[in-house]
Unconditional design. Structure first.
Length: 213
């Protein structure tokens, strides 16, 4: 089972990747994590990435794709994998194809912008222990206070409505076109991400993956 999870920020990609990874027994490959690992290990492509990072520049697509392809050759990916964080653009998707990286399915988590803004702007994080809360779906027992350690709960800058709107704009312009790209290849599986529970969303993804088309 070789998967890509697509969807706007706040749609639940990270949460679902974790659940699906355990269910199917395949690793989640996070671009950020493998980039840091390659730099730390000092692999040739990791050193190339480090040279861009040290100069304060974005790591180019060909280096990112090289690191992803290198990671997917490891033994734990032989039975499949879930890609999280790449591809973000059509040029990245084309570069993956050129590198011989193939997929069985591309799951697109569908959620309206208004719902994403409400979902993300309600997030709160403990400044002391990092525990996550949500003002609607997972409120603390005492307003602004962590249930676990009594630390102060804050809203991260990334979750403020103006930041979320900016991130959604980038998603619609750069990443959303991937849905058509993969639909033309018969790989796209759209799944609603506004279901009442995480478990319900997971079940909808499993049904989409197991359905005969």
């Amino acid at each position: 089972m070789k998967l890509i999870l697509l969807g706007p920020p706040g749609a639940g990609k990270g949460t679902q990747a974790e659940v699906l990874s355990a269910y199917y027994g395949i690793p989640t490959i996070s671009t950020g994590n493998i980039l840091r690992a390659a730099v730390k290990a000092g692999t040739p492509i990791g050193l190339k990435a480090k040279s861009f990072m040290d100069a304060g520049k974005l790591v180019p697509d060909e280096v990112i794709i090289g690191i992803v392809a290198e990671r997917l050759e490891q033994d734990d990916c032989k039975q499949g994998f879930i890609l999280d964080g790449v591809p973000r653009t059509i040029p990245q998707a084309e570069a993956l194809e050129k590198a011989g990286v193939t997929f069985d399915y591309v799951v697109s988590l569908e959620l309206a912008d208004e719902a994403i803004i409400a979902r993300m702007s309600g997030r709160r994080v403990c400044t002391a222990c990092g525990a996550p809360f949500h003002v609607v779906s997972k409120p603390p027992k005492r307003d602004g206070i962590c249930d676990n350690c009594g630390g102060a709960l804050v809203q991260r800058d990334d979750d403020k409505p103006e930041t979320v709107k900016a991130r959604l704009k980038v998603y619609h312009e750069e990443t959303e076109p991937l849905k058509d790209f993969y639909a033309h290849r018969g790989l796209l599986r759209p799944v609603p991400a506004d279901l009442p529970t995480i478990e319900a969303c997971t079940e909808a993804i499993k049904k989409a993956l197991e359905a005969k088309l």
